[in-house]
Design a protein around this ligand. Sequence first.
Ligand code: AP5
Length: 207
Amino acid sequence: MNIVFLGAPGAGKGTQATKICDKYNIPHISTGDILRANIKAGTPLGVQAKGYIDQGLLVPDGLVIALVEDRLAQDDCKAGYVLDGFPRTIEQAEALSGFAHIDLAVNIVVDEALVVERIAGRRTCKCGESFHTSWYHSDVCNKCGAPLYQRDDDKAETVKARLEVYNKQTAPLIDFYRNQGVLKDVDGMQDMLKVFESIVKVIDDNN
Ligand code: AP5
């Protein structure tokens, strides 16, 4: 099944996508993770993307669409995948329709005050795991042992810009997928396990 995860910054897309992909043994394709890996490696894409990400703005559609089209052409995507953080604009969603069939769009719904709190306490590991200071009290990842860090774009002033960008450019995708009859809302304000179970139910009901 080809699945898109929608939701505001900090809604829990990455957290849930990791668990869902483990359960169904399908790849987790996060454009944010791919772009951050390119920044770290100093690739031409990373150099271009960094300026946008640091300001909380979207990387230009053309760059991201090409990246996702290449990724979805790989063999491991044949049995399905979860797209996390893509599409993020109507233009990206329309381009995606040209090279992929989306079976389900899961919209993780969390109110704005809570996403701000979640982002402020997020600590990230280079392996992709993320934690929150309210329930995780170590400086190192419990999966790989690497030191945790705060993402540059998780600073308060950048988060404000990211939320504005989300409301203006990404939230319209909710209606885009609702109109296609593939959108399911999931209450993302529940604890992580409950959110996971809700998403599993939505996926299994669609199979
Ligand atoms: P990206 O990395 O995609 O960031 P985002 O969409 O802003 O999402 P986040 O990673 O901030 O949040 P999340 O929903 O994954 O939440 P998480 O699970 O970590 O993009 C970053 C940047 O890259 C963009 O701003 C843009 O510049 C660029 N970019 C990426 N894709 C692009 C595209 N397609 N086009 C153009 N530009 C693009 O959870 C957050 C915290 O909450 C964690 O601490 C977690 O532990 C905690 N948490 C999660 N769920 C719960 C729960 N149920 N209860 C309590 N705590 C929870």
